[in-house]
Design a protein around this ligand. Structure first.
Ligand code: GAR
Length: 207
């Protein structure tokens, strides 16, 4: 059984999707053993507590620079004996220390079809605003491994949805979450825990 640590910063609906999948027995060979938040008081922490999952808050604002912050998070994950680290709405870009410690064992869910609408500045609702402003007809979500290249690591699963004429950033975010993120994140986590994802260069193969 692998230990899954989930990093959060906000509402935690992706964390909830993981918890629900776990409760349905859909996370094969893994258990969520720890939730770490970059902010105090966020609802994701409540979701973890309601499900008996240990939590830690490592507030980003208490660290002067990203190096010190990454060190604190990396040490916490080592203490938690994490086998897989999942960024689920985690809004801080950590530096290379964590990639070194957990290379090939960290994944992130991004609310767009990478390599479009990703990288620094593309997070949360901003992603959907940019998608709508561009006029593309399809968007979706991506789960990928985390490397030092922000949103640039090997892609594990993607899922697309259509964009409607009357979409707002909020309606699009909701549809991308419901139809894409909440489905592909638990799936990718389970595949990893079953040892079914092979990384070959900047690609993955699911077996
Ligand atoms: C999700 O849409 C997630 O994909 C996005 O933030 C939201 C968090 O929601 N993450 C990013 O934009 C990271 N670049 P949640 O806290 O309800 O899971």
């Amino acid at each position: 059984m692998l230990n899954i640590a989930v990093l959060v910063s906000g509402g935690g609906t992706n964390l909830q999707a993981l918890i629900d999948a776990q409760n349905r027995g859909e996370i094969k060979n893994g258990r969520i053993t720890s939730v770490i938040s970059s902010k105090d008081g966020v609802y994701a922490l409540e979701r973890a507590k309601q499900n008996g999952i240990p939590t830690r808050v490592i507030p980003r604002k208490e660290y002067s620079d990203i190096h010190a912050y990454t060190k604190a998070v990396t040490e916490a994950l080592i203490e938690e004996k994490a086998d897989l680290v999942v960024y689920a709405g985690f809004m801080t870009i950590l530096d290379g220390q964590i990639v070194k410690a957990f290379e090939g064992r960290m994944m992130n869910v991004h609310p767009a079809l990478i390599p479009s609408f990703c990288g620094k500045g593309f997070y949360g609702l901003h992603v959907h605003e940019a998608v709508l402003a561009s006029g593309v007809k399809l968007t979706g979500a991506t789960v990928h491994f985390v490397t030092e290249d922000c949103d640039g690591g090997p892609i594990i699963i993607q899922k697309a949805v259509n964009i409607n004429n009357d979409d707002t950033p909020e309606t699009l975010q909701k549809r991308v979450m419901e139809q894409c993120e909440w489905k592909i994140l638990p799936k990718a986590v389970s595949l990893f825990c079953e040892g079914r994802i092979k990384i070959i260069g900047n690609k993955t193969v699911v077996e």
